[in-house]
Design a protein. Structure first.
Lengths: 296, 268
């Protein structure tokens, strides 16, 4: 796994935001419409003329009509194909991210964002992945900027915007922007009113661990454990690891050991440490869950 | 509530009518370009164009009607989805794609409602069309069909449905879905060594699934590990399942998994 942050010029965020902006495309549809009107015009021209000229106009109008009829589907097929290729490219980036092949995902995403996107939706998806990759390479300020750009310009639906706000708040916490993070958490709470959000619970647990409120982190964890398991799946490891740190801060060693064991049963300790540097003090002090040799 | 048979009948009828209508329109178009006096030809051309546009608008309306149903199904709003799909099934469309898409959505709805027989029937109806016309739907329909057949304990049919997927390029989400089906299928036929083969890779893929699917996949792998005598894997996978899944629900859905918690091996 390559954890080396890419050089700054490898991911020039303002440049990628600008270069990926969709550009107006050649209006083929308009030209086809004009062609169709021309067909009708030439057809009507041939009506009152001499027999020879009428025949020429008739043949010309038929050829033009066939050209328009055949050209439109061909053009549509090309346009659809180009759009599908772009969609596959973005989907491939998503898959590479899921498979944790970060450098390959980065290369592919850079190629995609370096030219105008064919659709605003695909560009937004690409930018969401850019935010994730920037976070992965510990460029949290840039990750916050990309997520803010997407949210402020209404480029994503409300559910996606909620996820981006969660990611942005985590990035703020990683950068120790605690005041901004606190404000972002209040905003998230307002948006979540009436619903359960494991993501928000996780962010709050992290904030409490980071700001030295381990009792609050433990209470939050216990209150939200069912939804943390249900909504986060294997990422529930993050919550177990953070609560292990909270127990450790209170010197409740047995509970810390159990939570750390559960966290490392779901995710390797190195991966947890990469996500949350605050866990460094747990590594070595507590034993990770035993795993089969082939699984390590 | 529209039945699968009625939806399939309507779709077939509309496709046949659509084919006839398209033939008539093309013949009329050629006729107005090639024969007859100029004035009536132009009028006929305008009429053909008008009919084509209105048919397209009606087809687009049918497509739009059903478009929101996948998100409604995902949100568990089955009644609303049923209503939308019902309207889309009844709406006339000349496009094969729109009709097949509606049948696929109905299959998804029945699948979510755990009406496996109806879901399987609809998937088979979609897959029964020319390969070219169902290219987009082939993989999701095959996966859904295999799933429905496994739930009905028709393992032979499930294998046939899965077998058609091995030669195709699958997306990651399709690979994950197929892996879960394979594990379920192999557990039913007792292919434990095959399940245990390359288990580390399978566990890594299972980690990418949503929590309930990840729990089921790892429980099935744990069962296979126990059957091939790998207690270390069994204990580890069982602990993971307990951390991310609801053991009671998991074992109610797949009673063979009780074995994982009946074992004499000490729990972690």
């Amino acid at each position: 796994m390559d954890l080396t942050p890419p050089p700054n010029d490898a991911l020039n965020v303002p440049l990628l935001l600008e270069s990926s902006e969709p550009r107006p495309r050649f209006a083929w549809g308009g030209y086809a419409l004009v062609g169709f009107i021309l067909v009708l015009f030439f057809s009507s021209l041939g009506r009152d003329d001499s027999l020879g000229s009428a025949r020429i106009m008739q043949v010309f109008s038929v050829v033009l009509m066939l050209f328009v009829l055949a050209g439109l589907p061909v053009w549509s097929a090309f346009a659809v194909r180009a759009l599908r290729d772009e969609q596959q490219q973005v989907e491939a980036v998503g898959e590479l991210i899921q498979l944790r092949r970060w450098p390959q995902a980065l290369l592919m995403l850079q190629a995609f964002l370096s030219r105008p996107a064919r659709s605003a939706r695909l560009r937004s998806q690409g930018l969401i992945y850019l935010g994730i990759l920037l976070g992965r390479f510990h460029r949290f300020t840039d990750a916050v900027a990309v997520n803010t750009y997407l949210i402020d310009n209404d480029l994503v639906d409300p559910a996606t915007a909620y996820g981006l706000r969660l990611g942005r708040t985590l990035a703020m916490l990683r950068e120790d922007h605690l005041f901004d993070a606190d404000r972002a958490i209040s905003e998230l709470r307002r948006l979540t009113a009436g619903g359960d959000s494991a993501g928000l619970a996780l962010v709050q647990i992290y904030r409490d661990v980071k700001t030295g409120h381990p009792e609050d982190a433990i209470a939050l964890f216990n209150d939200n454990l069912p939804i943390l398991r249900e909504q986060l799946g294997h990422r529930a490891a993050d919550a177990y690891a953070l609560v292990a740190r909270a127990y450790d801060l209170l010197d409740r060693r047995e509970e810390a050991a159990l939570a750390f064991s559960r966290a490392t049963c779901l995710a390797p300790s190195m991966e947890l440490l990469r996500r949350y540097p605050e866990l460094e003090k747990l590594v070595g002090r507590y034993t990770p869950a035993p795993a089969p040799a082939e699984a390590l | 509530m529209i039945t699968a048979e009625a939806a399939i009948y309507r779709a077939r009828r509309d496709l046949t009518l659509g084919l006839i209508l398209k033939g008539i329109l093309i013949a009329a178009l050629l006729a107005c370009l090639l024969i007859g006096p100029q004035g009536p030809r132009l009028i006929l051309l305008a009429v053909v164009g008008g009919i084509w546009v209105s048919v397209n608008v009606a087809s687009a309306r049918g497509s739009r009607l059903a478009a929101a149903s996948p998100s409604l199904i995902a949100a568990g709003q089955f009644e609303e989805a049923e209503q939308q799909i019902d309207e889309a099934v009844r709406a006339f469309s000349v496009f094969r794609n729109v009709k097949l898409q509606t049948l696929e959505y109905l299959a998804q709805l029945r699948h979510a409602q755990r009406q496996w027989k109806e879901s399987a029937l609809l998937c088979r109806a979609v897959l029964g069309h020319r390969p070219g016309s169902v290219r987009q739907r082939n993989k999701p329909c095959r996966l859904m069909l295999a799933d429905a057949l496994l739930e009905m304990n028709e393992v032979g049919g499930a294998w046939d449905a899965m077998n058609g997927l091995y030669a195709q390029r699958l997306s990651l989400s399709e690979v994950l879905h197929l892996l879960l089906l394979q594990l379920d299928y192999n557990a039913r036929i007792g292919a434990w060594p095959h399940m245990f083969d390359q288990i580390a890779g399978k566990v890594q893929l299972a980690e990418l699934m949503p929590a309930p699917a990840a729990a089921r996949a790892q429980a099935l792998l744990g069962l296979a590990a126990g059957r091939v005598g790998r207690e270390d894997w069994l204990k580890w996978l069982r602990s993971r399942v307990e951390l991310i899944g609801d053991v009671q629900k998991l074992c109610t859905d797949r009673p063979m998994l009780w074995e994982l918690w009946r074992t004499d091996a000490p729990k972690e």
